[in-house]
Write a protein that binds this ligand. Structure first.
Ligand code: IPD
Length: 255
């Protein structure tokens, strides 16, 4: 199966899960940690996505936020069945289904679906990125003072939160405005289609950012880590922008 064909399967799985999530009744919620939750719907969404992906692509491996799975493989799907669980469980409309495909260690397909806005972001490496089928591109905002910056604070990890706090205030003073969406997958897509100019968060997981990274890169953006020399994909330290702001923001993060 070609990568384009696999991308269509990912889109089908994301839309099917989104439809199911939008029709939910009451659901059970379990605490993974003090401020980290998983709902019954996260699990149902992952089961549904896994079933659709692996029945169409039985040759592939699977790794999901809720059920885990294969750590590395020739071909592996990386899935966050609800990115923005806290939003979803409180009825906020901004949550996403994130499906990436990794081939021989490289992220090559990204699909992020936001059921609350019916927006489907999709990309295959080397083929550009789309939103609901139409090509998208990052913004051309080059001055930090004009930039809208999506942020995550690493709120679940006290050490990361301590590192982020001072930087956060420096940043607020330097940019046009900041946003905190509650979904890293959405944040990356919002930079990809130019409604924001940069996104940064440390301590997030591969399933949160894998699909968004492919989409952002294919839309012309750039993903770095907070510290020079670090690999963003391996570490979950994400400093992403339209490609024009990375250096300026990295200087603030490391001053
Ligand atoms: C969370 C979201 C959020 C980020 C958290 C993630 P989840 O994903 O991406 O924006 O700040 O660190 O864990 O838990 O809702 O899948």
């Amino acid at each position: 199966m070609t990568l384009e064909e696999k991308a269509r399967v990912a889109e089908r799985a994301a839309r099917a899960a989104g439809e199911m999530l939008e029709r939910h009744g009451t659901f059970q919620i379990r605490r993974k940690a003090e401020n980290d939750f998983v709902t019954e719907m996260d699990v149902k969404s992952e089961v549904m996505i896994r079933e659709i992906l692996l029945s169409a692509c039985p040759e592939d491996d699977f790794y999901g936020e809720e059920g885990g799975g294969s750590e590395a493989a020739a071909g592996r799907w990386i899935v966050d069945p609800i990115d923005g669980t806290a939003n979803f469980m409180r009825g906020q409309r901004l949550y996403a289904i994130s499906i990436a495909y990794e081939q021989d260690g490289e992220l090559v397909i990204g699909c992020v679906y936001c059921p609350g806005t019916d927006e489907l972001f999709s990309a295959v490496r080397g083929r550009g990125a789309t939103l609901n089928g139409k090509p998208i591109h990052v913004s051309n905002v080059a001055r930090l003072r004009d930039a809208i910056v999506q942020v995550g604070l690493g709120h679940r990890n006290p050490e990361i939160l301590r590192q982020t706090e001072p930087v956060f205030f420096d940043l607020v003073h330097a940019v046009s405005d900041i946003r905190r969406s509650g979904s890293a997958a959405y944040d990356l897509c919002s930079v990809a289609d130019g409604r924001a100019d940069a996104f940064l968060e440390q301590g997030i997981f591969l399933f949160d950012y894998a699909a968004g990274v492919v989409i952002l890169r294919e839309a012309g953006g750039r993903v770095d880590a907070w510290r020079p020399g670090m690999d963003p994909i391996a570490t979950g330290s994400i400093m992403a922008s339209n490609g024009l702001l990375n250096e300026t923001i990295i200087a603030i993060l490391n001053k």
